[in-house]
Write a protein that binds this ligand. Structure first.
Ligand SMILES: Cc1ncc(COP(=O)(O)O)c(C=O)c1O
Length: 415
C-alpha cells in the first residue's frame, strides 16, 4: 500500500517538472512517426511503417545461429566485448559484405553499433556541436532528422529530383554557407532506394557529388540500409567506393537484411574517422551475443539465400502495388517506380495536403505517411505521401490501394 502511494507521488512530481527537466535541445525535435498502435488499428491496413515483411524473418536460422554461439562460446558471448564490436564480423563487413572495386578495407575500417539509428547518434556525438550545420536531402529519413535536430545542429535541406540529390543545388548551398562562415559538419544522403523518396542517385550525380564534396572538404555520411535490396537494374558504385573511401562514412545495417529486432549495424570509413567514433562511445559496446550470432549466421551460409529471398518478396510486392496504383489512383497521384527498397513516394493533387489526406485515409482503413515529417520545413512535404510496400501482406495490397483511392476521391471532393 505504502509502495503504491510512493509511486503515485513520484509520478506527479515528474509530471510537474518534466518541461524543465527535458534538455532544451529536444524541444525542437519533430514528432515521431505515427505509433504502432495507430498502424495496427483493427481492420486497417498499414502502408506506413518501413518494416520488413514479417513472413520473411529467418526465424529458424536465427534460432540455430544463437544455439551455435551459446554452445560454442557461451562465456564470451555473454560478457562485455570490444566497443568496436566482434572482429570476425567486422572483417566480414570490410572484406565481403561491403567489398567494392577500388576500396581495400580491413576490420579496422569498421565499427559495429546497435542499429544505424545508433550509428547516426554516434556520428553526431562525435562530430557535431550546437550551431554546426548538417546538410540533408529534402526529403530525408525522419529518424535521422530527429537525431540531427536533437544535437542542436542547424539543418539545411537540399532538394532532390528523380535522379537523387541535385548536385548543383548542393554546390550553391555549400558556397553560400562558406560565405556565411558556417561550419558544415557533413552531408547526410541515402543514395539507394531512398527513404522516403524511393529514388536512386544516378552514376553521374554520384560522381558530381564526390567531386563537390572533395572541393568543399565536406564529409559525406552515406546511409545505405536498402542497397542490397535491388530488384531492377544494375548495382551502382557507392559514394564510398567512388571516393576511394576518403571523406565518406558508410552507414549500413542488418535490420533490413535479417531483422530489425537485432539492433545491429555498422559504420565503415577511414581508420582515423572510425577511431574517433569509437572513442566517443561510453556504452560498453553493442551486443556480443547478437554480433556473434550474426557471424554464425553468415558462417552457416544463411546470408546470401536470405537476401535473394527477400529481393523476390519486395519485387513482387512493389509490382503489385504499382499495378494497383496505376489502375486505381493514377488520376490523382504521380510517382516513380522504385528499383529496390521499401518505398513509393507520390505527389498528391494540388489543393490537398498530406496530413489531412493521411487522416482521411485512416478513416477509410489504410495508413500512409505524410511527407511533412520528412522535411526540415514541414510545409515542403504538404504535397507528398510515402507508401511502404514492405510490410503489408501481398494479399492486402490491392485492397489497401482501393481504400487510398476512396480517400483521394473524398479529399478531392471536399478540397
Ligand atoms: C534511411 C534509414 N536509415 C536508418 C534506418 C534505421 O535502421 P536501424 O534499424 O538499423 O536503426 C532506417 C530505418 O527505417 C532508414 O530507413
Amino acid at each position: 500500500m505504502e509502495h503504491t502511494q510512493t509511486a503515485a507521488g513520484a509520478e506527479s512530481w515528474a509530471a510537474s517538472v518534466i518541461d524543465d527537466l527535458v534538455a532544451g535541445r529536444y524541444t525542437r525535435v519533430p514528432p515521431g512517426p505515427p505509433t504502432n498502435s495507430l498502424w495496427a488499428r483493427p481492420g486497417s491496413i498499414s502502408l506506413a511503417g518501413g518494416i520488413p515483411d514479417p513472413d520473411s524473418l529467418p526465424i529458424d536460422q536465427i534460432r540455430q545461429a544463437y544455439l551455435t554461439v551459446l554452445e560454442r562460446e557461451p562465456a564470451q558471448a555473454l560478457e562485455y566485448g570490444p566497443i568496436e564490436g566482434f572482429a570476425p564480423l567486422r572483417n566480414y563487413i570490410a572484406t565481403e559484405l561491403c567489398a567494392e572495386p577500388g576500396v581495400s578495407m580491413t576490420a579496422e575500417n569498421v565499427t559495429l553499433t546497435s542499429g544505424s539509428s545508433h550509428s547516426l547518434s554516434n556520428i553526431v556525438d562525435t562530430f557535431v556541436d550546437p550551431g554546426d550545420v548538417i546538410i540533408v536531402e529534402q526529403p530525408t529519413f525522419l529518424g535521422a532528422l530527429r537525431t540531427f535536430v536533437s544535437s542542436g545542429a542547424e539543418m539545411v535541406g537540399v532538394p532532390m529530383d528523380s535522379d537523387g540529390l541535385i548536385s548543383d543545388a548542393l554546390d550553391a548551398t555549400l558556397t553560400r554557407l562558406g560565405h556565411e562562415q558556417k561550419r558544415v559538419k557533413f552531408l547526410y544522403t541515402i543514395p539507394n532506394f531512398h527513404n522516403p523518396a524511393g529514388t536512386t542517385m544516378t552514376l553521374e550525380r554520384r560522381h558530381a557529388l564526390v567531386d563537390i564534396a572533395q572541393r568543399h572538404r565536406l564529409l559525406i555520411v552515406e546511409d545505405d540500409p536498402y542497397g542490397q535490396l535491388r530488384f531492377r537494374g544494375d548495382p551502382l558504385p557507392s559514394l564510398f567506393s567512388l571516393a576511394r573511401g576518403r571523406g565518406v562514412l558508410g552507414v549500413g545495417t542488418f535490420s533490413k537484411l535479417i531483422a530489425t529486432g537485432l539492433r545491429a549495424a555498422w559504420v565503415i570509413g577511414e581508420k582515423e574517422l572510425i577511431d574517433a567514433l569509437i572513442t566517443t562511445r561510453y556504452d560498453a559496446g553493442s551486443s556480443q551475443l547478437t554480433e556473434r550470432m550474426i557471424w554464425a549466421y553468415v558462417e552457416a551460409g544463411y546470408m546470401e539465400p536470405q537476401i535473394e529471398r527477400i529481393i523476390q518478396v519486395y519485387r513482387d510486392k512493389c509490382d503489385t502495388m504499382m499495378r494497383a496504383l496505376d489502375e486505381r489512383c493514377s488520376k490523382y497521384l504521380s510517382y516513380d517506380r522504385p528499383d529496390g527498397g521499401y518505398f513509393i513516394w507520390s505527389r498528391i493533387p494540388d489543393g490537398l495536403n498530406s496530413p489531412e489526406l493521411a487522416q482521411i485515409a485512416l478513416s477509410e482503413g489504410v495508413s500512409i505517411v505524410p511527407g511533412t515529417v520528412s522535411m526540415t520545413e514541414p510545409e515542403l512535404g504538404l504535397p507528398f505521401i510515402r507508401l511502404a510496400f514492405s510490410y503489408v501482406p501481398q494479399k492486402d495490397i490491392f485492397e489497401a490501394i482501393q481504400r487510398l483511392g476512396r480517400a483521394l476521391e473524398k479529399a478531392t471532393k471536399t478540397a
